[in-house]
Design a protein. Structure first.
Lengths: 185, 97
C-alpha cells in the first residue's frame, strides 16, 4: 500500500494515535504509583483501539475497548486498590542502574531483531488486492467476515477456548479462596 | 500502513520488555505482559489488512487467553500478598537459592 493513495487525514490520525500510544506506554513504565501506571496503560489501549479501527478492524477495536480497557484493566485496578498498594515501601520498586542498563541493551537488541524480521519477504501470492477487506466489509458488514472463519475453520480452537476459560475460572476461585484450617477429626 | 504498524508494535513490545526487566512490583510486571500482548495484537491486525481476515480471528483468541491469564495471575498475586503482605518481587525469593 503506498502513501500517496491514503488521505492525509488518515495518515495523520494513524501517526497521532501511534505516537500517543508509545508516549503513554513510556509513562506507564516509569510511573511509581500502580494506579497511575494502570491508567496510562488504559490510555495506550484506547489508542490501540483507534489504530485497529483505522486498520479496518472495527469489531476488534470495539472488543479492545470493552474487554481490555473495560474488563481486564478494571480487574487490575480493583486488585491494586484491594491490596492497598499505595505506601512508600511499595512505591520505590525500580531496579538499580545495572538492571536498567541491561534492560536498555536488551531492548535495543530486541528492537533490532524485530526490525530485521519486518524486512522478511512474504510470498506475493498471499497478498490480497488493495482494500479487499474494506470492500468486503462494505458488502457484508464488519462482523460477518469474522464470524465465518471463527465458527467454521477455527471451531475447534473456539471450543477449546471455552474449556480454557472454565479452567481459569475454577483456578482463580481456588487460588483466591481463603484456606480453611484443616482439622483432623 | 503495514510498515508503520509493525514499527509501532515493535516499539510497544520493547517498552513492555523493558518494564518487565526494570520493575519489581508484581502487578506492574503483569501489566507489562498485557502491553506486550497488545503489541502483538497490533501486528496481527496490521497483517490481517494485507493477508486476510484470519489475523483478526486470532486476535480474539489472544484476548481470551489474556483474560484467563489476568484472572489466574491476579488470583496468584492476591494469594501471594496474603502470605507475604507484599507484592515486591525482591522480597519474594523462595526459589532464589
Amino acid at each position: 500500500m503506498t502513501y500517496n493513495e491514503l488521505p492525509l487525514f488518515y495518515v495523520f490520525h494513524f501517526y497521532f494515535f501511534g505516537i500517543v500510544a508509545i508516549a503513554s506506554a513510556i509513562a506507564f513504565v516509569t510511573r511509581k504509583s500502580p494506579v497511575a501506571a494502570a491508567l496510562w496503560l488504559v490510555n495506550t489501549m484506547f489508542c490501540l483501539a483507534a489504530m485497529y479501527v483505522l486498520l479496518d478492524a472495527q469489531f476488534i477495536g470495539a472488543m479492545q475497548v470493552l474487554v481490555y480497557a473495560g474488563a481486564i484493566m478494571v480487574v487490575f485496578l480493583f486488585v491494586i486498590m484491594l491490596l492497598n498498594l499505595g505506601h512508600a515501601s511499595d512505591l520505590a520498586d525500580a531496579r538499580g542502574m545495572t538492571w536498567k542498563l541491561v534492560a536498555g541493551f536488551l531492548g535495543l537488541a530486541l528492537l533490532a531483531q524485530v526490525f530485521a524480521i519486518t524486512r522478511a519477504r512474504v510470498p506475493e501470492a498471499l497478498v490480497l488486492p488493495e482494500n479487499a477487506l474494506a470492500t468486503q466489509f462494505v458488502r457484508t458488514g464488519a462482523i460477518a467476515p469474522l464470524a465465518g472463519p471463527l465458527f467454521n475453520e477455527y471451531l475447534l480452537a473456539f471450543e477449546v477456548t471455552s474449556v480454557l476459560l472454565l479452567a481459569a475460572v475454577v483456578g482463580a476461585v481456588v487460588l483466591g479462596k481463603r484456606r480453611e484450617r484443616t482439622r483432623a477429626h | 500502513m503495514l510498515t508503520e504498524s509493525l514499527f509501532f508494535s515493535a516499539v510497544l513490545f520493547t517498552i513492555g520488555v523493558i518494564g518487565v526487566l526494570t520493575r519489581r512490583n508484581a502487578i506492574i510486571i503483569f501489566m507489562c505482559v498485557e502491553l506486550m500482548l497488545n503489541a502483538v495484537n497490533l501486528t496481527f491486525v496490521a497483517f490481517a489488512q494485507v493477508y486476510g481476515v484470519a489475523g483478526q480471528v486470532f486476535v480474539f483468541f489472544v484476548m481470551t487467553v489474556a483474560a484467563a491469564e489476568a484472572a489466574v495471575g491476579l488470583a496468584i498475586i492476591i494469594a501471594l500478598f496474603r502470605h507475604r503482605q507484599t507484592v515486591n518481587l525482591s522480597n519474594i525469593n523462595l526459589l532464589k537459592g
